[in-house]
Structures are given as C-alpha cells and as structure tokens.
Design a binder for this molecule. Structure first.
Ligand code: CMC
Length: 409
C-alpha cells in the first residue's frame, strides 16, 4: 500500500483502502446470548428475561448469580446450596495472600488482576478444565466444572479486595465468615466489624445492578481470551485489566470527586452549562453508548441513595449537588438533543463515599459484581466456540530495501 493513502473517519466508520471499518466495533454483533438484553432507546435492562427493577426489588446478589449462571431463578433449596458453596470457597491460597501483600501499596486493580491469576495457577479444577478444553473434551461434565469454577471466582473476589484494603492500611486481615451472605461478609472483611443493614443492602443492590450488561469492553476481552481456550481465571484477570481503564469502570469515582469539587448545589447550573461549551469538561456519570434514555440502574440506585442520606445525612451535600446537576441536565436542550441522561455511575459513588470505602476500591466493587457476567458469557460462548481473529488494513509500505546496520544513517 502506498503512503499517500488517506484514511477518512466519519463518525463510527473509517473509510479505509480495504473497505469500511466499524471503529470500536460499535453495534457489531459477536454472539447470540440469553444472558442479558438492553433496550437502549427505552432504558430497559433484562437478565435472562427478567426486568432489572424486579430483580433489584426482590433478589439478592446470590439469587442473581444463580439466575445468570444457571439460567433460572433458584428455588429455596438451590439458593441455600449455592450460598453454602459460595461461603465455602471464600478463602484464598497462601500464595495469593502473599501476592496481595506484596502489592499492598499498588492500586487494588493491579492486585486483583495478579491475585486472580495466582489463584488460578493453584486451582486444580481450573487446570483440569483448561486441559479438557485443549484436548477437545469439553462436554456437559466440563461445563458443570466451569460453572463451579465461576462460583469460586465469585466467592473469592471480595476476599481479595478486602484483604488488599486491610494490607494497604497496615491492618490485620479479617477472615471470611461463612454465616454471612455475600455482601455482608464482604463489608465484614473490609471494615472488620458487623455491617449496617442499609450498607449491606447498598453493596448488594450495586452488585445486582452490575452483574451483566451484554458486551462491554471487559466482557468482550473475556470472550477473546476464553475463545483461545485459555483458562477461566486468565479470562477474569484479562477482563479486570479492561475494566480498569477510565473509559469503562471508574466513572462513579470521577462523579463523586466532581461533586466534592463543586461543593455547593447552587453552583450546579454553571457546571452543567460549562459542559455544553465546545471543549468543555464532560459531566461524569452522564451519557451512555447504549442508553439513549435514563439508565434504569441509575433510577434504582438513586432510590437507595435517598434512603441512605435520609438515615445517615448528607454532610458533604453530595446528594444535594447530584440532584441539582440532574435537574439542570434533564432540562437543558444540549443534553436533551443528544439524549444524554444520568447513568448508574452518577449515583453509585455517593453511598460508597459515605460508607468510607476509598475511591480506588470503587472499580474493584464493579469487578466483584461483573465476574458473574464475564464467566457466564464465556461459558455460553464455549458451547459454540470460535477463535476471534479480526484483520487490520495495512497502510504502510511493502518490500523496502534492507540496509545493514553499519550503513544506516
Ligand atoms: N458531558 C457533556 N457532553 C457529553 C457527555 C457528557 N458526559 N457525554 C457525551 N457528550 C456529548 C459529546 O460531547 C458529543 O457531543 P457532540 O455531538 O456535540 O460532539 C455527544 O454528546 C455524543 O458523545 P459521544 O462521545 O459520541 O458518545 P459516546 O456514546 O461515544 O460516549 C460516554 C458515551 C459514556 C463515553 C460519554 O457519554 C461520556 O464520556 N460520559 C461521561 C463518562 C461516564 O459517565 N462514563 C460511564 C458510562 S456508563 C458505565 C456502564 O454502563 O457501566
């Protein structure tokens, strides 16, 4: 290809010499799924056919885990069995604890990636499954094994996150308690004390709302790794790496920081106005690639924030500031014309901040939830696996004259 080639980018399509390229694979379909569905125009989210509102109002995270992994809401016995299995898998291998300790001063997302990879290296089931995948023996028995490994990952991520927090602050770790539910146990390991029921509800609701969201970048990463027939822990370590990027996880942290900076609800209108000017700062927690309506998860979590500030107050006026921003956004023609609405990150960080969870643990909480979606999508894809291998349109020169190093300028 000659160097005169011009690449024209218009919106989401690059007109390349080899043909149009869908930039960022926007709206490109990569698989069929029965796990989750989004109606972005009307702001609706379903897991396995159930509306997110029904699940958020009635289910715990453990029930949603069962729904997403096994395709059906559990009956009482199935739920108790799942809870028992999750509780019995919370402990970590000593090598993993050492890795978390060694990374105590690093960002927790680095520790999470490394700890998941370490745990996978020592999990006999994981190695057995990887072996079966590689030798083409992946049938129903191996699928059942993959689902059990998914449960282990779901059970262990909170322990990794809590241990990292404890080590990073020079505190003794608090071992998991098998008599507590998933979210209560996480808060107990994190803060080392019996958690407040509303804090437990906040974490659990957050986990329910983030459990799956079709194919965002991290789930796509999981699929790409899974399709190579790598192992399930490597899938999750890679997905965590994708989630770490600021264009994916992390907007709730940015939103809370901006509310703290604004400091006064009366300033909200000016801040929103500034975001509408060319080159102005984007409002964090506003807008979404898929939702062109109010994010249903944001509406649900807003209710929880209201309950929380009613019970514990709003000392930094974070809820009041966010509400003023929301009002200004919803009534401004700039946001109306572009169909930009608050997304789930607009509200979720407020409660974590008031609970005393440091910012850097907000994205690990996201990973603690999404691990179920990541594993479920990969296991679903393995039913009809095909390696992802896209192509690039080469636009550089060919057949250049090789010059020996001593003759190069
Ligand atoms: N504030 C101000 N203007 C915005 C914003 C915003 N937050 N978001 C989009 N716009 C404008 C953008 O400037 C563009 O305007 P114009 O047409 O004049 O050029 C128009 O809206 C379309 O923007 P886009 O960048 O093409 O939209 P996108 O679909 O690529 O971006 C987004 C989606 C989420 C990256 C973006 O809305 C954004 O940066 N939001 C702030 C960060 C954020 O809240 N991220 C969390 C997303 S939800 C996480 C989850 O689902 O898990």
């Amino acid at each position: 290809m000659s160097q005169e080639v011009r690449i024209v980018t218009s919106g989401k399509v690059i007109q390349s010499p080899c043909g149009p390229i869908v930039h960022g694979l926007e709206d490109v379909l990569v698989k069929t799924t029965t796990i989750s569905d989004i109606d972005g125009r009307n702001g609706i989210l379903w897991y396995r056919g159930y509306r997110i509102e029904d699940l958020a109002n009635n289910s715990t995270y453990e029930e949603v885990v069962h729904l997403i992994l096994y395709g059906k809401l559990p009956n009482k016995r199935e739920l108790e069995d799942l809870k028992t299995r999750l509780a019995s898998n919370r402990d970590l291998h000593p090598a993993t604890v050492d890795v978390i300790k060694a990374l105590a001063k690093a960002d927790p997302m680095f520790a999470l990636e490394a700890a998941v990879a370490t745990e996978g290296a020592y999990d006999e089931d994981n190695l057995k499954l990887a072996d079966a995948l590689r030798s083409g023996r992946y049938k129903e028995t191996e699928k059942a094994l993959a689902l059990r490994i998914a449960e282990k990952l779901i059970a262990k991520l909170p322990t990794i996150v809590a241990y990292h927090y404890r080590f990073s602050r020079g505190l003794d770790v608090v071992r998991p308690r098998s008599d507590l539910g998933h979210s209560a146990n996480f808060l107990f390991m994190f803060f080392g004390k019996e958690p407040d029921p509303l804090a437990v509800r906040a974490v659990d609701l957050y986990l329910v709302l983030h459990a799956d969201h079709e194919i965002p970048a991290s789930t796509f990463t999981a699929l790409v790794i899974g399709a190579t027939l790598s192992d399930l822990y490597s899938v999750i370590a890679g997905a965590i790496g994708a989630l770490k990027g600021p264009l994916h996880g992390g907007a709730n942290e940015a939103a809370v920081k901006s509310y703290l900076e604004i400091g006064d609800p009366a300033k909200a209108k000016d801040v929103v106005e500034a975001a509408t000017k060319p080159g102005g700062p984007r409002l964090m927690g506003v807008g979404h690639r898929v939702y062109k309506a109010y994010d249903p998860r944001a509406r649900i979590f807003k209710g929880l924030v209201e309950d929380y500030v009613k019970k514990f107050g709003d000392p930094q006026k974070l809820y009041a500031i966010a509400s003023s921003i929301e009002q200004a956004v919803l009534s401004h023609p700039y946001f109306q014309q572009r169909r930009l609405f608050p997304n789930v990150d607009f509200w979720s960080g407020i409660v974590f901040y008031y609970m005393g969870i440091p910012y850097e643990y907000f994205t690990p909480l996201f990973a603690m939830s999404r691990v179920v979606g990541w594993t479920a999508h990969v296991i679903e894809y393995w039913d009809n696996n095909r390696l992802f291998r896209p192509r690039a349109c080469y636009v550089g020169p060919h057949d250049l004259q090789y010059v020996p190093i001593e003759k190069r300028e």
